[in-house]
Design a protein around this ligand. Structure first.
Ligand SMILES: *[C@@H]1O[C@H](CO)[C@@H](O)[C@H](O)[C@H]1NC(C)=O
Ligand SMILES: *[C@@H]1O[C@H](CO)[C@@H](O)[C@H](O)[C@H]1NC(C)=O
Ligand SMILES: *[C@@H]1O[C@H](CO)[C@@H](O)[C@H](O)[C@H]1NC(C)=O
Length: 242
């Protein structure tokens, strides 16, 4: 037999459980984590699980219409430069094969930024990693990008998008490296990004994926990133793809 006391106890427990459920529903409905159903739909649709820089889509800085990067040479609209703006590679072994355009983006130095630069280098398909580095590294970041032929526009498009969306890009410097036969001779127009949905750069078709005879000058890239660092201390590293 269920006593009266047990019945009261059961009723009390049920009340508590229902109250919890109702409170949870109210809590979720009020959306304390700022997740809208629309955003979640976007997330599942436009990001296949998780890839480098996929976190950037959540940022809402873009509507402010400002770039966090200090661009040079007419960017972010149009890349224009003179022959005299180009440098030879700091690599002494094989002079003459590559040309460097330093400080296409120059990082903004502020006193609170630690005085250690992370020097790294990328190909177009690794450009998304710049966002991940900027997220975890608190000091300046010097990026040397190897940009033969059409890889240049692929790289600049992603970097430009990151510059509109990710405040940490203020600490990034970018240097471009061209094979001497691929130095762009015409002004390159860069489209303004429409949103912060950064594509997965690993899926980009780079020149090197179709033409294996285009060599990745890893030492040139590493040295460019290192010598272009603006601090006394430099940590040289990089995602290497050969
Ligand atoms: C946004 O930027 C474009 C150039 O990129 C400019 O023409 C436009 O006036 C800007 N809009 C606002 C609201 O600042
Ligand atoms: C080209 O060089 C000249 C002289 O060095 C300079 O005045 C001019 O602004 C440069 N043009 C560009 C597009 O950088
Ligand atoms: C591949 O790259 C090499 C070196 O840049 C170049 O000489 C060659 O013409 C390229 N081949 C094709 C099919 O584009």
């Amino acid at each position: 037999m269920v006593t009266f006391l047990q019945k009261v106890k059961q009723l009390f427990l049920l009340t508590i459980i229902f109250t919890c459920i109702i409170l949870s529903i109210i809590f979720i409905h009020k959306n304390p984590l700022n997740l809208s159903i629309l955003n979640l739909a976007k997330f599942t649709k436009n990001t296949d699980s998780k890839y480098p820089s996929s976190f950037v889509w959540k940022l809402t800085a873009y509507p402010e219409n400002i770039s966090y990067c200090n661009f040079n040479y007419g960017l972010p609209e149009k890349l224009t430069f003179n022959e005299s703006d180009l440098s030879f590679s700091p690599e002494s072994e094989k002079p003459g094969k590559y040309r460097v355009l330093y400080d296409v983006i120059r990082n903004k130095h502020t006193p609170e930024v630690p005085e250690v630069t992370y020097a790294t280098h990328v190909t177009a398909d690794f450009t998304s990693y710049v966002a991940e580095i900027a997220r975890v590294w608190e000091g300046p970041i010097s990026v040397a990008a190897f940009t033969p032929q059409t890889d240049l526009i692929l790289t600049l498009n992603i970097i430009n998008q990151l510059c509109y969306c990710l405040p940490e890009m203020t600490r990034v410097s970018l240097h471009l490296i061209f094979p001497e036969e691929n130095v762009p001779r015409e002004n390159l127009v860069i489209a303004k990004p429409k949103n912060c949905l950064v594509p997965n750069s690993e899926k980009l078709e780079t020149i090197r994926s179709s033409n294996r005879s285009v060599k990745y000058p890893i030492n040139v890239c590493r040295n460019v990133a290192r010598v272009a660092s603006s601090t006394k201390y430099v940590l040289v590293s990089g995602k290497v793809k050969i």
